[in-house]
Write a protein that binds this ligand. Structure first.
Ligand SMILES: *Cc1c(COP(=O)(O)O)cnc(C)c1O
Length: 394
């Protein structure tokens, strides 16, 4: 069977300086120490890559192949990631006093979280470009997604996670055949151990935004919301933010969609939700600064939000600012309360991160950021099943 090559990216671009780099070799951060973005010849693909054509394609994220970096279709390592349901949630909307609420249920991805999207792309591309062994520091879900895609690709995976990572995730990582090291510390401490493996053994580091392709997988959420709403964007998107790839990715997708002629200059207001015990973006947002810095003493039972420092902080804050959005912090007990409301109102057993989003909408509604006639998309980024046994810390 003959598989035609896909166009892939034209080059990589430093998100801080705009400097260009080769996209057909493995690249990490730019020399400025900032994330790289893949860029595409959008004018060249726009004739075939239309919403009408895409509508007839496979129901996973590879339907967006022209704006993804993988060139050889045989290198698309897939487990059924993406094209998760966007669920109309009228009872949750009533409870929140918001015009229309949709829940994008990312818990239905392989390995039960939206981390599958990013790892599908990062692992496919690492394989395509010749990486041998993969490694990732993780608060949990990125580790199981890396383990799954590494297994599917036939590549060894090293995962370093904190000792208090939820037990279902620990067992999942082990069952998926990865080499797991548990460390008494935070994800930032785990990153140091991965760095040693990179230096000593040549591991390919899949850390958030330290390679350019996880964000390419995450951006497909932006394309999907547009398609699933019948070719438009909502008034607001509310998103639980750790390292921020989801938010940054969707913001990138909207720029691409405008260049492709799918949308005009309109954008949803982007809201970033963090835990009260780890809220570097909220602190930076409130102070009006460009860089978030490091959050000391981070804690929350929403392990995906226990990310004290993010290399893409300036990109998150820029998207919030340019979209007219905001950043909100939520204590753990409110997350748990809203997990229960979401469950009984919608039938979705949300992760604490999903509960945090619903709790944030209530706060944003009270403060007037979200209005009674808004149409809002809430992201539930993971399945509640992965947090069984975890209890709120504040
Ligand atoms: C990783 C994770 C997050 C944070 O996502 P980022 O895109 O890195 O900000 C949110 N929710 C869950 C369930 C996660 O696993």
């Amino acid at each position: 069977m003959h598989n035609p090559r896909l166009p892939g990216a034209t080059h990589l671009e430093c998100t801080a300086t705009g400097e260009r780099f080769e996209s057909e070799a493995l690249q990490r951060l730019s020399p400025a120490g900032k994330p790289l973005f893949a860029r595409y010849d959008l004018a060249a693909v726009s004739g075939d890559f239309t919403p009408e054509r895409v509508a007839t394609r496979r129901a996973d994220l590879w339907r967006y192949a022209e704006v993804l970096p993988v060139r050889d279709p045989a290198m698309q390592i897939g487990l059924g990631e993406g094209w998760t349901p966007l669920l109309d949630a009228p009872r949750l909307a009533t409870r929140l006093d918001v015009g229309r609420v949709w829940v994008k249920d990312e818990g239905q991805n392989p390995t039960g979280s939206f981390k599958a999207r990013g790892m599908a792309l990062a692992v496919s591309r690492a394989k395509e470009l010749g990486a041998a062994e993969l490694a990732v520091p993780t608060a949990g879900n990125a580790g199981s997604a890396a383990a799954a895609y590494g297994a599917a690709a036939g590549m060894p995976v090293h995962v370093v996670a904190p000792t208090d990572t939820p037990q279902p995730i620990v067992e999942e990582i082990r069952a998926l055949g990865a080499d797991l090291q548990l460390l008494d510390g935070l994800i930032s401490d785990c990153a140091q151990l991965v760095k040693q493996g990179v230096e000593r053994h040549g591991w390919w580091d899949l850390s958030t935004l330290k390679e350019p392709y996880r964000v390419e997988g995450k951006k497909t959420m932006g394309y999907e919301v547009f398609e699933q709403l019948g070719g438009r964007l909502p008034d607001a998107i509310v998103y639980p933010t750790g390292g921020g790839t989801g938010l940054i990715g969707m913001w990138k997708a909207f720029h691409e969609m405008e260049a492709l002629g799918w949308i005009g200059p309109e954008r949803p207001r982007m809201y970033s939700v963090q835990a009260a015990g780890c809220a570097p973006m909220v602190r930076a947002w409130e102070a009006g600064v460009e860089d978030a810095g490091f959050w000391e003493g981070a804690y929350t039972y929403a392990s995906g939000l226990r990310v004290p420092g993010a290399v893409g902080d300036f990109l998150i804050l820029r998207a919030l600012r340019e979209s007219g959005g905001a950043a909100v912090a939520v204590p753990d007990h409110e997350m748990a309360e809203w997990v229960a409301y979401m469950g009984s109102d919608t039938g979705v057993f949300a992760a604490p991160e999903g509960g945090a989003v619903a709790a944030a909408v209530q706060r944003l509604r009270a403060s007037g950021h979200i209005r009674a006639d808004d149409e809002v998309v809430l992201f539930n980024t993971g399945s509640g099943l992965k947090y069984v046994g975890m209890t709120p810390l504040d």
